[in-house]
Ligand binder design. Sequence first.
Ligand SMILES: [Zn+2]
Length: 330
Amino acid sequence: MVTETVTFQKVLKWTDEECRTYLEKQRWPSGVCCPRCGVLEPYRITRKSATKNTVQTLFKCRACRRQFTSTVGTIFEDSHIPLSKWFAAIYLMCASKKGVSAHQIHRQLGVTYKSAWFMCHRIREAMKDKGVLTPLSGIVEADETYIHPRTRRGHPTWHEKVKDEIEMGLRPKPEKKAPYQDNPTVFGMLERDGQVRTMRVPATTSSVLKPIMGRMIDMQKARLITDGHPAYRDIKRYLPHDVIDHEVEYVRGDVHTQGIENYWSLLKRGIYGVFHHVGEGYLPQYLSEFEFRFNRRKVSDAERFVALMGQTEGRLTWYCQTPQSQNPHA
Ligand SMILES: [Zn+2]
């Protein structure tokens, strides 16, 4: 394993070959093994590209005789973008509190905007929490918020224009309304001084929120704090529940929801300020990105980078148009 701190300056200087070595050590700390059959010590083949001045390292399994590279089954698979650029993009995304736009990656790393956009989405995919999440315990603040499509002062957004045109009969009414179209509502739970979990919800009713809270909160060890929203009305049957009525007061001793509200403002500053407009279908991806950084807010940028590199494995299941039903963050 690489033990020294990986700083941004160092990562920027890495050659593609050094990046590949890093990736190999990260994926296979006890020696390269075949991703299909797990047999150790494959043959190492180096091939010089005929057209470009690059050397490609391939492995060939001793048992199944198949060839593989160190990027197979990771977010880098099938990408023509050099690994050194991928690593720099990952470092930027892990280190900037409010996120980096694809435009900035495009300018700073000299890749096309399209490639930058694609890289950002693949990196967000790796930022998604994998495996079983520990249920939240202790004081848990829950709240909901709306992510509005950006409105420019005096200028209608594309969505508003379309809406007006439909009303005036200039545009046919869409046959089927996409789910959540007018309602990009996000529900979030924050363990005080701990982890945050957010997800897009179709509505803020108790029938939607209760099962989510049941899944994500340890009912035996948690105390819930919310505002006076009617969706939480009968939750005290399951766990201790304190309400802070925002029409009356914002803080009463340790009863407040400032933690989750701070998180919302960070998320919104990122979404409105950096990304300007987030396609509503992509909202879940942005939520995982902000969650990843926030849940690792107490570690250094370098440690966050290492954490992400440990999550790059796993075949890409999400592709531009994954139905919302298959998306765990939806
Ligand atoms: Zn094999």
